[in-house]
Ligand binder design. Structure first.
Ligand code: FES
Ligand code: FE2
Length: 387
């Protein structure tokens, strides 16, 4: 029932596309299908390469039903290993950190190397534990434009193919050279993961939800669509930069800076500015709950400015994020209604339509999207910096 409705909506073209049925945000059976067909099959964003600079640095997360840890080995390579002990199944590592030398299980202290080989079994006595038989399974990991992804699916198409056409946006903003990062912030929302994703890809709600925050610097009226299809979408907007108005007697007008917001489904939205970026990662934790993670990175030379920006943004972002969370949790509460249902999506929500078409592609192997490109995309055709 829910599946049929999602399939019908994913086939609707922009302009005649509706919001998803409310049950898609709460039905446990539908949730299981998504876990399997979306998060179990596609490339899932983890963090930035620059978030794990040192050997032993790791970040743990749960994708579909798998506990995964992305760990940088002493050889400098990033690997995605199963984060579940091969003895009796304890979860090995939590959140982010550095393993020092080995991965040590918190239960009976079996130890593994940074490549997942079993190294030590305390008090094993005469029992022979075959070390080769007890390695941590490895998953596919790909790094693309400085972003790290993992796929549980050995058959998933290569990562570069998955996001083909987007490289120029990332290279234009020099994302690969970003070396400065701030700690990843994690929150647990009482909202289905799709509500968070849909919210982060559209600027239609700025003027209403973020009246005193985002809207004051980046207005809904300045939001535009750049290009996209089911696989990804690029939107953008104009942001007023007040930094040149802070000093001096003569107060110039704030600079108008173009920013981009890129959705890489299923779980990443990246906001690109000049010399820095912010990202939001969304992971489902249940039919009506999700985990959001946020990160910020910047070019190395821009550390002091980046830090100031971070300080400013962290408070600004904190308030903005709280507003997003409140509205998504409100929509989740509304999703229990039997008499009401979702309505038409507007032009400012075209990226939401792309996202629904992505769901259709993953769930039913049907791609109803056509690549759509506006004149805004032409700015990125040449080698000019975005301005
Ligand atoms: S469960 Fe890990 S050592 Fe026993
Ligand atoms: Fe928002």
């Amino acid at each position: 029932m829910v599946l049929n409705e999602v399939r019908r909506i994913a086939a609707q073209p922009p302009g005649r596309a509706d919001a998803l049925p409310f049950d898609a945000y709460r039905d446990p059976d539908y949730f299981e299908v998504e876990q399997r067909e979306v998060f179990g099959r596609d490339w899932v964003f983890v963090c930035m390469d620059a978030d794990l600079p040192q050997p032993g640095d790791y970040h743990a997360l749960k994708i579909a039903d798998e506990h995964v840890v992305v760990l940088r080995g002493a050889d400098g390579e990033l690997r995605a290993l199963s984060n579940v002990c091969r003895h009796r199944g304890a979860v090995l590592l939590e959140h982010s950190g550095n393993i020092k030398n080995n991965v040590v299980c918190p239960y009976h202290a079996w130890t593994y190397t940074d490549t997942g080989l079993l190294r030590g079994v305390p008090f094993s006595g005469d029992v022979d534990v075959d070390k080769r038989e007890h390695c941590l399974p490895e998953f596919r990991l790909g790094t693309w434009c400085g972003l790290v992804f993992v796929s549980l699916n050995d058959e998933a198409p290569p990562l570069e193919e998955r996001f083909r056409g987007l490289e120029r946006y990332f290279s234009r903003y020099q994302v690969e050279s970003y070396e400065y990062t701030t700690p990843i912030g994690i929150e647990h929302w009482q909202a289905n993961w799709k509500l968070a994703m849909e919210n982060f890809v559209e600027g239609y709600h700025f003027f209403a939800v973020h009246q005193k925050t985002v809207e004051t610097a980046a207005s809904t009226r300045d939001c535009f669509y750049v290009e996209g299809r089911a696989d990804w979408s690029v939107t953008g907007g104009i942001q007023l930069d007040y930094t040149n108005t802070l000093i001096g007697w003569v107060k110039p007008k704030p600079r108008r800076i173009r920013y981009l917001s890129i959705c890489l489904p299923p779980n990443l939205v990246v906001n690109l500015y000049e010399g820095y970026m912010g990202w939001v990662r969304v992971l489902p934790t249940g039919p009506t709950t999700c985990e959001t993670a946020t990160g910020f990175c910047a070019v190395q030379g821009g550390i002091p400015l980046a830090y100031k920006l971070y300080q400013w943004f962290s408070d600004f972002d904190k308030r903005t994020f709280a507003e997003d969370r409140a509205i998504c949790e409100s929509v989740q509460r509304g999703a229990t209604s039997r008499r009401s249902k979702g309505g038409r999506l507007l032009e400012l929500e075209r990226a939401v339509v792309d996202f629904h078409q992505y769901l259709g592609k993953q769930l039913f192997d049907e791609d109803h999207s056509t690549h759509y490109r506006t004149h805004q995309a032409e700015r990125f055709d040449g080698t000019r910096r975005a301005s």
